[in-house]
Design a binder for this molecule. Sequence first.
Ligand SMILES: [Zn+2]
Length: 93
Amino acid sequence: MGAYWYWMMGLSIASSAIAGIVGSRKEAGFEGTILGFLLGPFGIVMVCFFDHRPVCSKCGVKLSQRPASCPQCATEFQWVGRCCLPKPQKKSV
Ligand SMILES: [Zn+2]
């Protein structure tokens, strides 16, 4: 019985680490760590469906880093924490 719990704890800690790494690629590292710890290998699978990356408000493309402009539609962004706001377009005269 003792060995069983020992293995379960080891599995939980290992899964939380893996799920945390997987999640952090999509800005869901915290959720991944929790899910991996609670659900073990199932948490790793679940975190694959998590995606907290911001999206372009204009074309909806996922933004992995914090680009100054959208790689898809070239809208310029202003970053406010995790949110991106499209910069007001300068009117060309
Ligand atoms: Zn865009």
